[in-house]
Design a protein around this ligand. Structure first.
Ligand code: ZN
Length: 432
């Protein structure tokens, strides 16, 4: 597919000559136009992604120009059927405009305030999407330094909300998208971890955009995470299937047919999310790392078992053991990594539960409890020992705290001699 981007080979608009030749041959008039159906733009501090949804495969070229810095996208036979997105204010993307440099060519221009590397690719139809032209932009961080780490001795938990952006993940009968559920649970867990003494959390994504599986696990490796947890709520072809489950990596085949199939589906997420083939191919370093994963897998199984034990208090578990398969996202060397299925979004009852704040609080609380118990089982766990006390945080209610620890509100009130539901921030509640 990338071969059609002729401009990248020498900068000469070869296709234009082909176009003229076709014009002479009279063939061009029968060629249907390429409808540009939607343009979506996501931009972060150093990266941006521009998705252009096309009605059909197209001849295209993408190049950058300077003074001022801009990226030019030419689509042969392109017809704009949508409005142009406006970049977020204050970012390094200035704006977007369109024009026709020559008849029959649609030109889109993205104005930038600095130089950027471009990586364009035409993605084939996948997961409900038609042809998409993805242009990934990357610039150097300007003056921005990475946020200061509070304490390097903190127990770092990297939380990965599955899917995102163009990849919605599984979708329930009520229209609930897995990417949304995963982000909601992850954000809740993020706040919980950060309020724990000696612990710190990092999210692989905090908004609705896609990042590659490799980038997700790289965050865990590069930041020296103590544990990595990927959060999902996948589909099952039997609507009656229900319950939570936990997965770890396997280097020698899957422990069940379901685990194998799930890993295959998850590993395909990159394509729906818009990661180019170049970024998905394994490299030499990765093959080397594969050899050193045995210890990581053993630790991951222990972490998974601790999380599963806590999930048992939330409700039904789909499997009572940690299942294993070759999940690409779990391959961070030396970082114990698990994938938590918070329930099947294809089960009507569980879809409703996943939409409820209290259930998501229960799942997040169980994951946190599992991580802490896993740590306490290690000889050098830096976390303070378990205290059967909860310090009330802003925005918390008795029912939310009850959900977090999977205990009843009445039990909580009884243990603390409370006669009403009123609690105040900073209050210390004893836990049964
Ligand atoms: Zn998933």
């Amino acid at each position: 597919m990338k071969g059609v981007s002729l401009a990248q080979r020498g900068g000469r608009p070869v296709w234009l000559m082909a176009f003229l030749a076709a014009l002479l041959a009279g063939g061009v008039w029968s060629k249907p136009p390429v409808m540009v159906k939607q343009i979506r733009l996501w931009s972060g501090s150093v990266e941006a992604q521009l998705f252009i949804d096309l009605s059909t495969a197209a001849r295209w070229k993408v190049f950058s120009l300077v003074e001022p810095h801009r990226v030019v996208i030419d689509i042969d036979q392109g017809q704009l059927e949508t409005s142009l997105p406006t970049p977020t204010e204050g970012g390094w993307l200035r704006g977007m405009r369109s024009g026709h440099p020559t008849p029959g060519v649609l030109r889109l221009v993205v104005d930038l305030d600095r130089k950027a590397q471009i990586d364009p690719v035409l993605l084939p139809p996948v997961g409900g999407h038609g042809y998409r032209l993805l242009i990934a932009l990357r610039t150097k961080a300007a003056r921005l330094s990475t946020p200061k780490i509070p304490s390097s001795r903190d127990y770092l938990v990297v939380i990965d909300p599955g899917h995102g952006g163009d990849d919605p993940g599984a979708i329930g009968a009520q229209g609930t998208q897995e990417k949304w559920v995963a982000l909601k649970i992850a954000r809740r867990l993020f706040r919980m971890v950060n309020s724990e003494p000696g612990m710190r959390a990092l999210l692989t994504r905090s908004r609705d955009h896609y990042i590659s599986l490799r980038a997700r696990r790289s965050i865990a490796s590069e930041k020296d995470a103590m544990v990595f947890v990927s959060i999902h709520a996948d589909a099952f072809d039997r609507a009656s299937a229900s319950g939570t489950s936990v997965y770890a990596l396997s280097r020698r085949g899957a422990t069940s047919a379901l685990a194998a199939r799930l890993a295959k589906a998850e590993n395909a997420a990159d394509l729906a999310g818009g990661v180019s083939i170049k970024d998905r191919s394994p490299d030499v370093a990765e093959a080397m790392l594969d050899m050193s994963l045995d210890r990581q897998i053993e630790q991951s199984r222990q972490l998974g078992a601790a999380v599963l034990a806590m999930l048992a208090r939330v409700g039904k578990r789909h499997s009572v053991r940690v299942e294993q398969a070759s999940f690409a996202v779990l391959k961070a060397p030396q970082v114990p990594s698990v994938l938590v299925e918070s329930g099947y979004i294809t089960n009507l009852e569980e879809e409703s539960k996943l939409r409820s704040v209290l259930y998501r609080e229960q799942i997040a609380g169980a994951i946190l409890g599992g991580i802490k118990h896993y740590c306490w089982d290690q000889p050098e766990c830096p976390l303070p020992p378990e205290r059967k006390v909860h310090v009330v945080q802003a925005g918390e209610s008795l029912s939310l705290i009850g959900a977090r620890y999977s205990i009843g509100v009445n039990q909580l009130k009884g243990k603390n001699g409370l006669t009403s539901d009123l609690i105040r921030v900073g209050q210390r509640l004893r836990l049964p």
